[in-house]
Design a protein around this ligand. Structure first.
Ligand SMILES: Cc1ncc(COP(=O)(O)O)c(C=O)c1O
Length: 389
């Protein structure tokens, strides 16, 4: 099988599996207890916190472990908005949030809930034809009651990398906390919270060869933020609940491996990505690359084909042992064209349902790329003949 859906999830790295197995077998202590096995568990937890912090150039005390990207996004949005109320600020309930129209539903739907339950107003910024947000639009959207800006680092469907540093400098100038959903970038490209200038960042283990159901939220010291998940006071009171130690240790290990292998793997994948793009453009008439050509994740390829259903391509390729996605995994099964493709504006209607996303990873080789180009070209030709006859 050729797996080309690494943006949906990645296989567990064998070195990650090994440390997790070890912890599951031997370290059942609760990190909040003070006898020996509890202290051992605490040590593993804090070691993983440092490993995750190192990957994004943060301080360990700025990392909160969560159950993944969705929870990190939720905590970031609600945690910042609710904290203003706590501080007696006029902001908070009824305040203003800026985000974009191409965010993951974890951000879009939580923003909608903040509007529904806390009377917040949400500005959804548009993107250009490549999926890029214009920092000038961010500046223009900021109001005196703006509580939070939340923009994704890179888009999960089309792979476009947003101008985060520029947006961050605007946010800082205006004194508005800035959250990025970096679920698709952390572990794949260098991410330095200080260089980027962000205040909060979401990441998720299963997107970079770590376990599913574990992630982290980075919160810069001094950022207005309050706890929402109340209970035993774990994670410095910001996220109660007995910690998922095997998962967290696995996340830490995945962070170390990502840092160790990143430069080489990024270059290798960029080459494969560019070969795949070139092959498709040369061999399939009408194929349209979605997303920015260069400001793009090293492993993302997204093409639309006119008058063809992405779902037919997905199934046709699956029959040949090739796993791709017809959009984001989260919206698979929905009949609606992707909200990201719609937001690109200018994408002709006949392309809207015919997109497939191919996201590369560790297991992929040059031979895979040759096989996929051939299989896809043959399939598109067949489907075109079928529908035109
Ligand atoms: C950009 C982005 N944000 C958030 C998420 C949600 O992450 P998780 O699956 O860890 O909840 C995803 C997953 O697809 C994603 O791509």
């Amino acid at each position: 099988m050729i797996y080309l859906d690494h943006a949906a999830t990645t296989p567990l790295h064998p070195e990650v599996a090994a440390v997790m197995y070890d912890v599951m077998q031997k370290c059942y202590g609760n990190p909040s207890t003070t006898y020996t096995i509890g202290r051992e568990a605490r040590e593993l937890l804090e070691n993983a916190r440092k490993q995750v912090a190192d990957l994004i150039c943060a301080q360990p005390e700025e990392i909160i472990f969560t159950s993944g990207g969705t929870e990190s996004d939720f905590l970031a949005l609600w945690g910042v908005v609710c904290s203003h109320k706590e501080q007696g600020s006029k902001k908070g309930r009824g305040s203003h949030i800026i985000t974009s129209s191409i965010e993951h539903h974890a951000v879009l739907n939580n923003s909608a809930n903040l509007a529904k339950y806390l009377d917040c107003t949400v500005t959804y910024l548009p993107v250009d034809g490549d999926g890029l947000i214009d920092p000038a639009d961010v500046k223009q959207a900021i109001r005196s009651d703006t509580t939070l800006i939340s923009i994704m680092h890179a888009n999960n469907e089309i792979g476009t990398i947003e101008p985060i540093e520029e947006i961050a400098s605007i946010a800082r100038e205006e004194g508005v906390p800035f959250h990025i959903d970096a679920v698709q970038t952390v572990g794949h490209i260098p991410v330095d919270v200080n260089k980027l200038g962000v205040d909060l960042l979401s990441l998720s283990g299963h997107k970079f060869y770590g376990p599913k159901g574990v992630g982290a939220l980075y919160v810069r010291q001094g950022t207005p933020f309050t706890s929402l998940l109340q209970g035993g006071g774990q994670e410095r009171g910001y996220r109660s609940g007995t910690e998922n130690l095997p998962g967290i240790v696995g996340l830490g290990k995945a962070a170390v491996i990502a840092q160790r292998d990143m430069e080489k793997e990024q270059q290798r994948l960029e080459k494969l990505r560019d070969a795949l793009i070139k092959g498709i453009e040369e061999q399939i008439p009408g194929a349209r690359l979605n997303g920015h050509r260069t400001k793009r994740l090293p492993h993302n390829v997204n093409f639309a084909f006119p008058n063809i259903e992405g779902e037919s391509l997905l199934l046709g390729l699956d029959l040949q042992g090739i796993a791709v996605s017809s959009g984001s995994a989260c919206s698979t099964g929905s009949e609606e064209p992707s909200h990201v493709l719609r937001a690109l504006g200018g994408l002709p209607d006949q392309y809207l349902n015919g997109a497939i996303r191919m996201t590369l990873g560790r297991s992929n080789t040059e031979e895979d790329i040759t096989t996929v180009i051939e299989a896809l070209a043959t399939l598109v030709k067949k489907l075109n003949q079928l529908f035109s006859s």
